[in-house]
Design a protein. Structure first.
Length: 211
C-alpha cells in the first residue's frame, strides 16, 4: 500500500493495541518460521455479526495484500485487513504468562457491531441499533434480542418483530423492557418505526433470568 493510501486508511485505523508482552511472544514465534520479513495478519471473519471471530495468522511477504494496512512494531510488521478496520476499534492483543506457559488473547469489543452507511437498509439500521445500543444492556441479564422481520401493519404502521433469547426468554419483565427500553431506543434512532412487538413465547421460561 502506498504512503498516501496508508495515510488515508490511518484516519480510520482503530487504536488496535498489541501489548509489549504479546509483541515479545509473537517475536519468538515469528523467529521460528525462518522467513525473512514475516509478520502477522490481523482480520475479522464474519465481521459485524454475532458469529464474528477475531483472527491472527502468519503473513509472509508474498501473503501481503495491496490493500492491507501496515503497522510496524519493533521486531515485526502487522498487516491489518482493510475491511476489518472498523471492527478492530479498541481491540487489544495481549499475552499473559501462567504456570502452563501463557496464553495469547484477542479482545475486540466492536467486532460484532454492524456498521451502517448512508444507504443502509432498514433491516441493517435496526440490526445496528440492537447490537450497538440494546444488546449490551440485555447481556447484563444474560439476554439478547434479534430482528425477525419487518412489516407494514394497516392499523399500527411499520412494525418490527423481535426475538428475545437467553435470560430474556420467559422473563416476567420483558413487556416493560420492550416498551420502555427497546422500542423507545429503536424509535429514537429510526423515527419511521411505529411499534415493536415480541415473538418470544414467554410460556417457555426455563432458564429465565427473572420469573
Amino acid at each position: 500500500m502506498s504512503e498516501q493510501a496508508n495515510s488515508t486508511v490511518a484516519e480510520e485505523i482503530p487504536n488496535l493495541m498489541i501489548t509489549p508482552s504479546a509483541q515479545e511472544y509473537l517475536k519468538d514465534l515469528l523467529a521460528k518460521q525462518n522467513t525473512l520479513g514475516i509478520g502477522v495478519r490481523v482480520f475479522v471473519e464474519n465481521a459485524g455479526t454475532a458469529k464474528a471471530e477475531c483472527c491472527m495468522a502468519y503473513s509472509a511477504p508474498d501473503d501481503v495484500l495491496p490493500t492491507d494496512y501496515k503497522q510496524d512494531y519493533a521486531d515485526f510488521p502487522a498487516f491489518i485487513d482493510t475491511p476489518s478496520i472498523p471492527y478492530l476499534r479498541d481491540a487489544v492483543i495481549d499475552y499473559n504468562k501462567d504456570r502452563f506457559g501463557g496464553q495469547l488473547t484477542f479482545k475486540a469489543p466492536n467486532s460484532k457491531v454492524p456498521r451502517v452507511g448512508p444507504n443502509a437498509s432498514l433491516e441493517e439500521r435496526i440490526a445496528y441499533v440492537l447490537q450497538a445500543e440494546i444488546n449490551p444492556g440485555l447481556a447484563g441479564h444474560g439476554g439478547n434480542c434479534s430482528l425477525v422481520e419487518i412489516f407494514e401493519d394497516p392499523e399500527h404502521g411499520l412494525t418490527a418483530v423481535l426475538q428475545f433469547g437467553g435470560g430474556c426468554q420467559g422473563c416476567s419483565a420483558i413487556d416493560i423492557t420492550l416498551k420502555q427500553g427497546v422500542e423507545t431506543t429503536l424509535q429514537a434512532h429510526i423515527p419511521e418505526l411505529a411499534r415493536v412487538i415480541d415473538k418470544t413465547d414467554h410460556t417457555q421460561n426455563a432458564g429465565a433470568y427473572m420469573k
